[in-house]
Design a protein around this ligand. Sequence first.
Ligand code: COA
Length: 434
Amino acid sequence: MLNNIKFISADEAVKVVKSGDHIHLSSVASAPKVLIDALMRRGDAGELKDVRIHHLHTEGGAPYTDAKYEGIFFHQAFFVGGNVRKSVQAGYADYIPIFLSETQKLYRSGVLPCNVAMIQVSPPDKHGFVSLGTSVDATLAAIECAEHVIAVVNKNVPRAWGDAMIPTSMIDYFVECDGLLEPAHFTAPDEIESAIGKNCAELIEDGACLQMGIGAIPNAVLAQLGNHKNLGIHTEMFADGVLPLVEKGIINGANKVIDKGKMVSTFLMGSQTCYDFIDDNPMVRMMDVAYTNDPFIIAKNPRVTAINSALQVDITGQVCADSLGTKFFSGVGGQVDFIYGASLSERGKAIIAMPSVTNKGISKIAPVLTSGAGVVTTRNHIHWFVTEYGAVNLYGKSLQERAKLIISIAHPEHREELDKAAFERFGPHYHFVG
Ligand code: COA
């Protein structure tokens, strides 16, 4: 017993799951491993069939996507993370294309049922509140809508403030387990990523409110912001890269209009240091994704600068960020929410930044997207486009002007062939575009 809470074992708790149920798991570092393992034991015992599992990206294992659970568990991801990528590509798991801002709406509107929400929380405080820590995102909506809520109470879950704080009365079953949260692993930016970081940093004004997407680029950008002033954070996720800038007072939220002086996010993906940073930190508000990712809320702050990455961009500015041809690699996530929000913000800048070539030397800028590739950010939404060779603003530019600008920052070895393709596509006038 802790603060009048009665703990039961994970095996007992997952008995509430029935065949045909939809389960939501809290995200990223907060995936409730002990409950997942107990659920797999019920699967192994042949007690369940056709159970659907939903979540954003999670760190750690995703055993329910294993081929041996065919007909028992079926994962329908809201974002294809590294641990489910192979299974999605092989057809043992699936993906629901959905803007991150609307993942919560799937539950709240009843489009997706949530029978059981499985979450991790910090131990209850003297007021009977626990914190969802690193995963508020669609998890709060799942808790509100679920028939049953099972929470792992874990002293390693940071006591994050904001919407993350919920009363214990929202939870039906408590399981105690103090496992460390899964850390995310990052490598130091290489030469190309650093050049991209520098080109992005030149676009970031003092007083900007930043959102950084997922992938290798965000840390490379943050590493270049040591001489900036009065930066703010309103994002869907952040990682360790922001911490030195907070320590130096460069990130202080002073120029924000909403959540002045606070950093706002909906999930976190970082090292233990990052999780410790949000623990009982009044500067950080971990909020519902309906708030963090609403483009019209994002746009309330001035100079919102959103930096997201891409897998492929065509010469008209169509951005593919979720698939390599027909093979799903990730998802739309919050890219469009923030690209659009930044473009609506006063002096905002929406940036797509990527290396010009892959690690195998293939041009990521292509005359047309690979067959089957999905458009995440449309050619109507794209504004700034950055590679290691520079930054170009495509907003208000014609198709032929865009092609010239995009090709001007392609890898030099690929510029000629891209130019030839543009000429073939657009015709004789292309030669005269300035
Ligand atoms: N053709 C062939 N292969 C390509 C390719 C292309 N055009 N572009 C990338 N690849 C390969 C890379 O070589 C790499 O392969 P590897 O794993 O064998 O090394 C892999 O695809 C991943 O590419 P990389 O550039 O390392 O990706 P990243 O980790 O920097 O992530 C995105 C980039 C686009 C996938 C990521 O930003 C994303 O998921 N975005 C969508 C969601 C989003 O933006 N959310 C916003 C806020 S979180």
